[in-house]
Design a protein around this ligand. Structure first.
Ligand code: ADP
Ligand code: ASP
Ligand code: MG
Length: 435
């Protein structure tokens, strides 16, 4: 069971979570918690001040955050003993954060700072469970979750360490750990990127072969479009693993972009549930493919489109390989690709090496770069034998300038690339015509 930031954001929410995670007789729950809502953003802000060598700015935020947490403790616990214990723990955590205002600040220190949110929230909830007399143990994610040299989760390590922890603590009702944080291949504190607690939950659920992985958040499951942008979106009750993976990867914020993969490989169903309305049905993600329906739309921002035009592509085998090798060399993954006889257009979201990539590409043709693009992805049963499905999606966009279309890469998706100025109109038009 994973609870996101808003689900643990107030003392009342933490108390509700404590009820939700108390298992029935004879069962055990493994619980992954995010930092309290807003905390990771504050820690990012603290880091920004420290990068800019402004310790006063960082201290102001640290003090604000400390006051908020102290108030939270007073409301959460009912006994002096647990109030004092938790105040003491938090005092040490905030003093630790203050030590970073007096030293060199690099990306290494930043990751340690970002880890403190989950370390604090898991301590607070565990202490509350213990105060309530529940059987609970806090396991450090830093001992279980590790990434490899490619910054990908090291699944064998995770499985081995997590199962060993369960073996060490066999008779416990509730295991708690931090989402998001991990160690990297060099043993340093690192993280699974923003929203990474979903990923932690799916990695652990897959590792221990849990009955189900539950992602508890602040909305009733996966909606058929982005509810922050489109009105009257509706929950989708069931998704096939591949459909959910495409939606997550292409921008549905309710799930971390790559978290479905481990669950899919392990065959463990993922259920999205609402902490604010625990009895609502939510969404189940499993191995069942419902044929004949379009399920949902999502959008991924911050996309850069690169076009390479070469008259030499004409019958030139090896052109695409040379182009793709450049992206591989700069460890930059490509999302969409469209080719024609004279060129290729593709999209990336990581522009860290854009200048070098463009320099190299210029050896093979004329290069054009367009930034601030958005991939809009329509997900459902989009196998080619379903005649007319892709046309329905495309027709909805009849007055929108579409830069690229990708269909046929998988049986579950058709993607459109549009400029960010057209994102809202594109999402609204698709909802209107598809749902
Ligand atoms: P948590 O902190 O629990 O991880 P997130 O903010 O990461 O929660 O994800 C939940 C939010 O995702 C929702 O409140 C909603 O605004 C947003 N969201 C974006 N797209 C979708 C979608 N297709 N379905 C449901 N929620 C979505
Ligand atoms: N706290 C982290 C974040 O805000 C991880 C998560 O919430 O999933 O990104
Ligand atoms: Mg999230």
């Amino acid at each position: 069971m994973k609870f996101g930031g808003t689900s643990v954001g107030t003392p009342q929410r933490m108390q509700e979570v404590a009820n939700l995670i108390t298992p029935e007789q004879g069962q055990q729950n493994f619980v992954v918690l995010s930092a309290m809502s807003g905390t990771t953003n504050s820690l990012v802000e603290i880091s920004d001040y420290l990068y800019r060598k402004n310790p006063e700015g960082a201290n102001t935020i640290i003090n604000q955050l400390e006051r908020k947490y102290a108030q939270h403790v007073e409301e959460l616990y009912s006994t002096e003993e647990w109030k004092q214990k938790t105040h003491e723990f938090l005092r040490e955590s905030f003093n630790y954060l203050r030590t970073f205002t007096k030293m060199m600040f690099t990306s290494f220190e930043e990751k340690v700072v970002l880890a403190q949110g989950e370390i604090m929230s898991t301590n607070m909830v565990t202490n509350y469970l213990l105060e309530q007399g529940k059987s609970a143990v806090l396991l450090s994610a830093l001992d279980m979750i590790r990434t490899d040299k490619n910054a990908e989760p090291d699944f064998n390590y995770i499985r081995e360490k997590t199962l060993a922890k369960l073996k060490e603590n066999p008779d416990v009702d509730i295991y708690i750990t931090q989402g998001f944080i991990c160690r990297n291949a060099y043993g340093e504190i690192d993280n699974l990127l923003r929203g990474g607690s979903d990923y932690t939950a799916c990695l652990i659920g897959a590792a221990i072969q849990s009955e189900e992985i539950q992602i508890w958040t602040d909305i009733d499951g996966m909606h058929n479009n982005d509810p922050r942008i489109v009105e009257h979106t509706e929950p989708v009750r069931q998704l096939y693993f591949e459909e959910a993976a495409e939606l997550a990867y292409f921008g549905a914020k309710i799930l971390h972009p790559t978290c479905i993969q481990p669950a899919k490989f392990a065959g463990v169903p993922v259920r999205l549930l609402n902490t604010m309305d625990p009895s609502a049905p939510g969404t189940i993600i499993n191995n069942v493919m419902q044929h004949g329906s379009i399920k949902a739309v999502a959008a991924k921002d911050g996309i850069t489109c690169i076009q390479i035009q070469s008259s030499r592509m004409l019958q030139a085998h090896g052109f695409l390989r040379k182009v793709f090798e450049i992206f591989e060399q700069y460890k930059t993954s490509i999302d969409m690709v469209c080719t024609s006889e004279v060129g290729v257009s593709l999209t990336i979201d990581n522009t860290g090496h854009l200048v070098d990539i463009v320099d190299e590409l210029k050896k093979y043709g004329t290069v054009t770069v367009e930034q601030d693009m958005v991939i809009v992805c329509v997900v459902g049963d989009l196998v080619s034998s379903n005649i007319g499905f892709e046309t329905r999606a495309a027709q909805a966009l009849n007055d929108i300038p579409v830069r690229m279309i990708s269909y046929g890469g998988s049986n579950y998706n058709i993607s459109f690339l549009v400029s960010k100025d057209y994102k809202t109109r594109t999402l609204q038009a698709l909802s209107k015509s598809l749902f």
